[in-house]
Design a protein around this ligand. Sequence first.
Ligand code: ZN
Ligand code: ZN
Length: 361
Amino acid sequence: MTSGLVGGFVADDTGEVAPMATMQAFRIAEWGEPPRFHDVPVPDPGPGQVLVRVAASGLCGADVRLVDGPPDPWSRVPFTLGHESTGRVAVLGAGVEHLAVGDGVVVSGVLFCGSCDRCVRGRQDECRTLVTAGSGAGDDGGLAEYLLAEVRHVVPLGTLDPVAAAPLADAGATAYHVVRGAVPLLAPGTTAVVVGMDAAGGFAVQYLRQFTGARIIALDPREARLADARRLGADDAFPADGDAAALVRELTGTGAEAVLDFVGSTSTLEISVGALGNGGRVHVAGAEGGMVPLGWERLPVNGGLVGSTGFTPGDLRQVIALAATGRLELLATAYPFHQVAECLDALREDSVAGAAVITLE
Ligand SMILES: [Zn+2]
Ligand SMILES: [Zn+2]
């Protein structure tokens, strides 16, 4: 005999909780077919796993590429989209400690094994053993009522509200990882250039303002995004056009010590390499797949180019701690669960302010 629903679960009068049979999930079933809602079984957490009631799941350009682009060799179909997920713990698998039912959590979209040589050195973003692109990209993600996660991929949110914290799950953590890598180059008197002022670029400007004494120059083709950059702490904000690299060199005299490229197109990579000064590094975090000629005559003395994908669980814990201080602006545009397709359209049209977040509660 059932006595009621507990967070989407059916509890009987002995207190036993049994999963409901199915849930709604927004899935890519086959490459080339538009993603749509499917009824799928609610997963059952095994040992070391957690079932999370999803509160919010962000979408970004990576999802648009999965939906519109050619088949991604790292993402096996079918799978549920959503690699930027937050929620509350609904069911604990056997042996899970340090979490309780009801705890607010982020589920890392960057998956890692936890035991390879990279993982044990704290470089989970370099994990060499996994075969899919991640949760929401080959493995089932959070555009569903429930999300099954290995406990190592779950980070507690503490006092943060899961919906408000959703922009941290990708944009916030990805930008944090990039800035953490650039901070050693950015003593007072140096210059950091942020290319691309979508959600991740906005976080990067905030981190650079808080962690360094560097002059911050933001570049973006859109005037509204340049205004965001100034508000978030950029010292200068200019159009990302063919004059941008020369302008940075003119303003700094020598070029920038760090350029953080959150676009990664051919035109932004040209700007990024052109704006770089001696000893500087371009951190490429944007996935647009641009190409730029490189070589001895193109890179400044001791200059370099670093690829950046994802983040570590440590990054995620630190951005959550920073957000808990109230010192981060978590800019987002929210859409209800049934409007996932509208949200993808808004991303295609470039009309989303801050992070795009699907809310499920
Ligand atoms: Zn994303
Ligand atoms: Zn690993």
